[in-house]
Design a protein around this ligand. Structure first.
Ligand SMILES: [Zn+2]
Ligand SMILES: [Zn+2]
Length: 782
């Protein structure tokens, strides 16, 4: 060991893995090395970042401390490995050229909201990027949506069409600059530009200011964002909102809103501290918030809902547009824009310019676009805070493709194909599970194409070529057909609700066994029935069904999902022997006799009436019995779960009132049958007694929570298990989840819920991949 001025000189090689490329990590390392008087180098390679530093042990310690405590905001360090190596007596610290490698383990970061420093420059009239809608730096800007290939380098992104000007190039090459190796770096001289066009192709001067004036005047615009186009209009203008709703065709889902800041959000909705934090994170999801009673937003934004989906601006263009919009309206008036996905209902969001023109031309009055291409479609993420913490309804922009680290390594590279609705897929290697962005409902050619292309892109980006594929047991799911048709050698079928429960285990690093409660709409059971209220004991290898909702016919199969009145009739038939014997309530009086007849015959002859234990369908049935609009709609609901949401909204109006629960029966064993026939009779009786609808709806929620908790208790008695994992789409019901967690915790259960992937089918792929990995590890597949 060499000795300089009395202290021993040492050299360390440090390998850092995680999200450490494209996030300003090397400049950070460079700055820390200079500060501590160290020599050596830093470079990017296929593993992440490698650093060699040489100096006194005190300086090395100080550097190591900074590495752990002061890393740049977007970096996510998964591991730091340090080895002692021989000193080389370098004379300086340098940023060395990247090493290409065979194995790619460096991670691509998600797209990130404009940082504070860039925002400051954006509105600083002295800055050369003043008012420039594509300002970014290593701490912010587009990533996943512009990356075409790896390694993450400008010429492998859609920014390659924009050669850097000398000023930008100098920033790009300066290790102490915030834009050192910021791949999307751009300025008004060299970067992309926005354009405001009408459908005749005419472009307007001052595109952003003009767009703001058009929006303020009630027009609808298609606006290009990070992962696709939004459709925007003034959310306070009822006429504009209605026009947008009509032009989107049969669109019933609430429109997301964008407001300039937290203060504005608080004028529309109540916002807790946790919700404020979620709104303001650099990931910028849509957050579902409770509307204030005097909320000024047009009713057409979220018809019949008591919540609003709100997000804050996340691109420089959004900031500039909202700023200009404030200038185009009366001083002091609220700035609230609808920013809903740019599509017709059910189609994937438009992200390519030609496609946007073709598909959005009939909806928007004009288009605010740019010449920076989007490579990957990526919808906004949708979140909320509930009793279980942060819940994802959709995990996409701002989160994907950040991997979820599992507690055990994948024995082979793996693919999981997910479900049918709200599809995501997942690729796994090492300990990392890469859950994809939101693909959508695999019901049409476009979504299926997007699914296939997404898998290919992820395989390439993360260098994962699967040797086994996991799929849902439903033979008709397109994702399942895809899995079975691939030439991947090992194919692993996973039961739908087992996958839901496994998604919770995977997130929390658990392997089980646990008591799993899957509360769901539709999932294919191992007996061919449609399952959806399953209490199981489960680990990652397998599950045993401990209890389920009593089977009831699903009249018309898929048709019953969109026509809740069919479920009400099926439950009445179960409760009263023959639906025609059901007591007179408005529901039975208003239903057409001919429809009753057909349905009764279908049930009697067991024609197209698969048995179901779906909890979602029970919610549908009760919504219909209570006469809620989506429940009794003859045309059918616009999406699965619409009637259940109406029921929850009714119940929420009287939440926390003192009320008992309805009766139910639990009988039999392994599996026990949860019989809600007494509940149906009691509800019918309450309707006849003219008990208020919100009260019945609330008591129903409490009953379901009590029923599930009781089933867990019985399972605990029989198995000794004390950990409960809750998942499935029905747990998007905030009231039910809150009531169930409350009861389970009061019974001293340890309760886990999804916090990183959705409890709905968007989380299935993670559960599938965790199960497939466990089975491969156990050797019962190979
Ligand atoms: Zn920035
Ligand atoms: Zn430039």
């Amino acid at each position: 060991m060499a000795s300089v001025t009395g202290s021993v000189i040492q050299r360390q090689r440090i390998t850092i893995q995680g999200i450490v490329q494209g996030v300003g990590f090397r400049p950070f390392v460079y700055g820390q090395a200079l500060r501590n008087g160290l020599v050596g180098f830093v470079l990017n390679n296929s593993l992440g970042v490698t650093v060699e530093i040489e100096g006194t042990s005190a300086a090395l310690d100080s550097f190591q401390h900074a590495l752990r405590e002061e890393a740049p905001p977007l970096a996510r360090i998964d591991s730091i490995v340090t080895e002692e190596v021989q000193p080389c007596h370098d004379t300086a610290f340098i940023i060395a050229h990247s090493q290409a490698g065979n194995e790619r383990q460096a991670l691509i970061s998600p797209d990130t909201a404009t940082c504070v420093d860039c925002l400051h420059e954006l509105f600083d009239s002295a800055d050369r990027r003043y008012g420039y809608p594509f300002i970014n730096c290593t701490n912010c800007g587009p990533r996943f949506t512009i990356v075409q290939d790896v390694p993450y380098d400008r010429n492998k992104t859609t920014m390659r069409d924009f050669p850097l000007c000398p000023l930008c190039q100098a920033e790009y090459e300066d290790p102490l600059n915030r834009r050192f190796h910021a791949q999307p770096n751009a300025c008004p001289t060299c970067g992309p530009q926005v354009q405001l066009l009408d459908w005749a192709g005419n472009s307007f001067p001052n595109p952003i200011a003009t767009a703001a004036q058009q929006l303020a005047a009630g027009k609808i615009l298609a606006i290009k964002g990070l992962g696709g186009y939004h459709l925007a209009c003034d959310a306070l203008n009822g006429e504009a909102v209605q026009r947008l709703r009509q032009r989107k065709h049969r669109e019933a889902k609430p429109f997301a809103l964008m407001v300039p800041d937290l203060a504005t959000a608080r004028q529309l909705c109540s916002v807790s501290d946790d919700e404020a934090t979620l709104l303001q994170t650099y990931r910028r999801p849509i957050v579902l918030l409770q509307q204030l009673h005097n909320c000024p937003v047009a009713p057409g934004v979220a018809p019949a809902y008591n919540t609003l989906g709100i997000m804050l601006p996340y691109t420089p263009l959004h900031h500039l547009l909202l700023h200009a919009y404030a200038g185009a309206t009366e001083p002091g008036s609220l700035v609230v824009l609808v920013m809903t996905s740019g599509n017709l209902s059910d189609e994937p969001i438009a992200y390519q310019d030609d496609d946007a023109r073709a598909r959005l031309g009939s909806i928007a009055d004009g288009i605010l676009t740019s010449n920076r291409a989007i490579h990957m479609r990526c919808d906004d993420s949708v979140t909320r805070i509930n009793a279980g913490g942060t819940q994802f309804l959709r995990r996409s922009r701002g989160y994907a493709p950040e991997p979820i680290a599992l507690s055990l390594a994948f024995p082979l590279p793996l693919l999981a194909c997910g479900g049918h609705l709200k599809n995501t897929f997942c690729l796994g290697k090492g300990r990392q599970a890469f859950v994809s962005h939101h693909i959508g409902d695999l019901e049409n050619f476009e979504t299926l194409t997007s699914f296939k292309e997404g898998i290919t892109h992820f395989q390439n980006l993360f260098d994962i070529y699967p040797e086994a594929v996991a799929y849902d047991l439903h033979p008709e799911y397109l994702a399942t057909k895809y899995a079975l048709a691939t030439d991947i050698p090992r194919k692993i079928g996973v039961q739908h609700h087992h996958a839901h429960i496994a998604s919770v285990l995977a997130e929390h690093g658990l392997t089980g066994p646990v008591i799993g409660v899957a509360a769901d709409g539709t999932g294919y059971g191992t007996d061919g029935a449609i399952w959806g209220c399953e209490i199981m004991t489960a680990d990652l290898l397998g599950f045993e069904r401990q209890a389920h909702l009593r089977y009831v016919p699903l009249p018309g199969s898929e048709q019953a999902v969109r026509q809740p009145w069919r479920m009400a009739a099926a439950y009445l038939a179960q409760a009263y022997g023959d639906a025609f014997q059901a007591p007179a309530i408005p529901f039975t009086q208003q239903l057409e006799r001919s429809k009753w007849h057909i349905l009764a015959q279908m049930i009697e002859r067991n024609l197209n009436c698969p048995p179901t234990s779906s909890l979602g369908r029970l919610f549908d049935a009760v919504a219909a019995l209570l006469g809620l609009p989506a429940g009794v709609s003859q045309a059918g609901t616009l999406y699965e779960g619409q009637a259940a949401i109406e029921l929850e909204i009714q119940a929420s109006q009287v939440a926390h009132m003192e009320t008992g629960i309805y009766p139910f029966i639990i009988e039999g064993q392994a599996p026990a049958v949860l019989d809600v026939t007494p509940l149906i009779r009691a509800i019918v009786s309450d309707i006849q007694q003219k008990v208020a609808v919100p009260e019945i709806a609330y008591r129903f929620h409490l009953t379901v929570a009590a029923l599930l908790a009781k089933a867990c208790d019985i399972t605990r008695e029989q198995t000794g298990l004390n950990i409960v994992a809750l998942s499935g789409g029905v747990f998007q019901n905030r009231l039910l989840l809150e009531q169930l967690i409350f009861r389970l915790e009061a019974m001293a259960f340890q309760v886990y819920v999804n916090q990183r992937v959705p409890p709905n089918d968007g989380g299935l792929s993670l559960g599938q991949i965790a199960i497939a990995a466990a089975r491969l590890r156990a050797g019962n597949i190979l």
